[in-house]
Design a protein. Structure first.
Length: 237
C-alpha cells in the first residue's frame, strides 16, 4: 500500500469547519499537518499503522494553528503600484513611475518600476520569476558541482503543495515564490532538493546529507516555512 486518503472536517476555535484531508502514507514516520491556502483545507499525513482516532485527535489540537493560517490568507495582495511585497524577506513598496522604459530597480525598501502604471504588476511578477530562476539555478548548480552530484536541469513553477521537487532524472524544480522568503529559506530548500540527487527518499541518510551540505540550518528554514510559508501564496496579479 503506497497511500490512501480519507475526507473529514476540522472544527476551528471560532466554530468554523474546514475540510480535512487525511492521507495514510507508507513512507510517513510521524503525523504532519499542512494547510492548503488555495483550497482552504487542512491536510494530515499519517504513518500507515497509526490509529486514525488518535491522528484525528492530534489534528484537533492543531486547530489554533490552522485558524491562524486561514486568517493570514483571508486577503490576497495584488502586485501593483503602491503595494508592499516581500523580496528575499525584505518588505518592498512598488512605485510605478509611468515613465518610458520598463526598467525595474530595487532600492532599499522601494522597487521603482518604469513603463505604463497599469502593467506594473505583470512586469514585477516577471522580474520576480527571473530573479528566482537566476538565484535558484546558480545555487543549485554550485552545490551539485561541489558534491559531484548528477544534476540535469533547474526550473521554476508555481506549485501549491511543495517548495521544490527532484525527479529521478536529476531534474529539479522549485516554486518561484521562494524569492519572496528570506535567503536562508531558499538555500535550505536548495540543499534539500540537491540531497535528493543522492538519496531519493527521506530516510536518516538523506537528512544527514542535507545537514552536511546545507550552508544554513535546515530546521530553522523548515520552521519558517511551516509558520510563514502559506503567506507567500497571497501575492497575485
Amino acid at each position: 500500500m503506497s497511500s490512501e486518503s480519507f475526507e473529514h472536517s476540522l472544527t476551528l476555535a471560532s466554530g468554523a469547519r474546514i475540510p480535512l484531508l487525511v492521507r495514510r502514507h507508507a513512507q510517513a514516520r510521524r503525523l504532519r499537518m499542512r494547510f492548503d491556502p488555495v483550497k482552504g483545507e487542512a491536510r494530515l499525513t499519517m504513518p500507515p499503522r497509526a490509529a486514525l482516532k488518535s491522528a484525528l485527535a492530534w489534528a484537533a489540537e492543531q486547530s489554533d494553528w490552522i485558524e491562524r493560517q486561514c486568517l493570514r490568507m483571508a486577503d490576497n495582495v495584488r502586485i501593483e503600484d503602491g503595494a508592499t511585497i516581500p523580496v528575499e524577506g525584505r518588505r518592498v513598496r512598488i512605485i510605478a513611475t509611468g515613465t518610458p522604459g520598463r526598467h525595474i530597480a530595487l532600492e532599499e525598501d522601494v522597487m521603482i518600476v518604469g513603463g505604463p502604471v497599469a502593467h506594473a504588476g505583470s512586469r514585477v511578477l516577471r522580474w520576480l520569476k527571473e530573479r528566482a530562476k537566476e538565484a535558484l539555478d546558480a545555487e543549485t548548480r554550485e552545490l551539485a558541482r561541489r558534491h559531484r552530484l548528477p544534476l540535469a536541469t533547474v526550473s521554476i513553477g508555481d506549485p501549491r503543495s511543495r517548495w521544490g521537487s527532484c525527479a529521478s532524472s536529476g531534474a529539479i524544480r522549485y516554486s518561484w515564490r521562494l524569492i519572496l522568503a528570506p535567503p536562508f529559506v531558499r538555500q535550505a530548500t536548495v540543499a534539500h532538493e540537491v540531497a535528493h540527487l543522492k538519496h531519493m527518499h527521506h530516510g536518516p541518510a538523506f537528512h544527514d546529507f542535507v545537514r552536511a551540505i546545507s550552508p544554513v540550518d535546515p530546521d530553522r528554514a523548515r520552521i519558517w516555512l511551516r509558520r510563514e510559508g502559506a503567506t507567500l501564496h497571497r501575492y497575485t496579479i
